[in-house]
Design a protein around this ligand. Structure first.
Ligand code: TXA
Ligand code: MG
Length: 349
């Protein structure tokens, strides 16, 4: 398949690209587009054949539902009802990195929701995404624009790497501001429950409704009979090609342990990468060091996380040793993604 690539540098001057991409969506095709969380791979959410193309391009399991992207806070045509708390969350956090799960109307096809009665919906904040949805005049179903199982792409180059020749159109824009996927809140239950942590933190959500909690299974290694409520959370996700190990513990001990491990692997002929905080990065003696950001700025760490994992693949490291970050605020999302990438392999220093 031929893929057209167009980069939007100036919204005003390059608006024709967005219109062109929107026409592809209208005609049942597939379009990669930027959002503030990660890049998405979209098609008309209400067109079964168009949605099937997404699963095919990504190699995505059929039982993993897609999120609908809308350009308006009025979602009454898509869902049975919007409970009070869901409406409050929408008013406070849309447009932005928050997906709300509600019971769907029949207009949303079963392929889109992977046969679930519910559907996830979000209104992204980026101008390109919003214009694309507006011009397409339909909600756009979009998972992250990566081959299934790989870390989500936060810039257009990574989308081209994964999906060139597999989609109709790649619309590029800025790097994703947030860097990890949206927070998912299931509002089909009362009180609502967080199925995937993201940049809208549990603290942010509790300010709207104090009863909202994180899904208890979220930070633990899933057992073999574990059935997460967000089907996608059970797959080995966010995984670079290299093996990932997390080291946690106090600062001095962590540095010492990581230096020890790096030395061990290198002396056994392995190529080693270290995912480090800015504060500790100068203390590592060997290996390829990538700085994620300061421990005092976890937004920066989230912003760089997936890109760093992918860039280690570029240089072909065999093992990635990552510092643990504090599980607070957006740190919960960072550690959720890191733990998945590591297959829950965490070493106490
Ligand atoms: O930030 C994001 O949400 C990005 C950008 C592109 O918007 N999208 C994204 O989509 O991360 P994806 O497909 O990679 O992840 C969607 C997650 C999966 O874990 C899926 O199982 C869950 O959302 N999900 C979707 N609909 C659901 C539903 N009705 N009930 C429970 N989980 C649902
Ligand atoms: Mg994904």
């Amino acid at each position: 398949m031929e893929t057209k690539i167009a980069i939007v540098k100036n919204l005003h001057k390059d608006i024709e690209y967005i219109k062109e991409a929107a026409n592809i969506i209208k005609n049942g095709g597939t379009v990669v587009f930027p959002t503030e969380t990660v890049y998405g791979l979209g098609s008309d959410a209400l067109n079964e054949e168009a949605v099937k193309k997404i699963f095919k391009a990504k190699g995505r399991p059929q039982d993993n539902p897609l999120i609908l992207h809308v350009a308006s806070k009025d979602i009454s045509s898509l869902v049975e009802e919007v409970p009070n708390v869901a409406q409050k969350l929408i008013n406070k956090f849309w447009p932005g990195p928050l997906t709300i799960i509600l019971n769907k109307k029949d207009i949303v096809p079963d392929v889109t929701s992977a046969k679930l009665k519910s559907v996830g919906i979000r209104m992204p904040e980026g101008e390109i995404a919003l214009k694309l949805i507006e011009f397409a005049e339909t909600p756009i179903a979009a998972p992250s624009a990566n081959i299934s199982g790989r870390p989500s792409p936060t810039d257009v180059e990574r989308c081209i790497e994964d999906l060139l020749g597999k989609v109709d159109y790649i619309l590029g824009g800025e790097k994703s501001r947030v860097g990890v996927e949206s927070t998912i809140v299931d509002c089909t239950v009362d009180p609502p429950i967080v199925l995937r942590p993201g940049a809208i933190t549990i603290e942010d959500l509790k300010r709207v409704d104090n009863k909202i909690e994180l899904d208890i299974g979220l930070m633990k290694k899933p057992t073999s009979d574990f059935k997460p409520k967000a089907p996608g959370m059970k797959y080995k996700h966010y995984a670079p090609k290299a093996k990932v190990v997390i080291v946690s513990g106090n600062r001095e001990k962590t540095i010492e342990k990581i230096n020890e491990m790096v030395h061990y692997y290198i002396s056994h002929g392995k190529k080693v990468g270290v995912l480090a905080s800015k504060e500790n990065s100068m203390k590592y003696k060997e290996g390829q060091i990538k700085v994620l950001g300061s421990i005092l700025d976890l937004d920066e760490v989230a912003h760089n996380l997936f890109e760093s994992l992918r860039s280690f693949d570029d240089i072909g490291v065999d093992i990635i040793i990552a510092e643990a970050f504090e599980e607070k605020g957006v740190g919960i999302a960072i550690m959720n993604r890191l733990k998945k990438a590591a297959g829950y392999d965490i070493i106490e220093s």
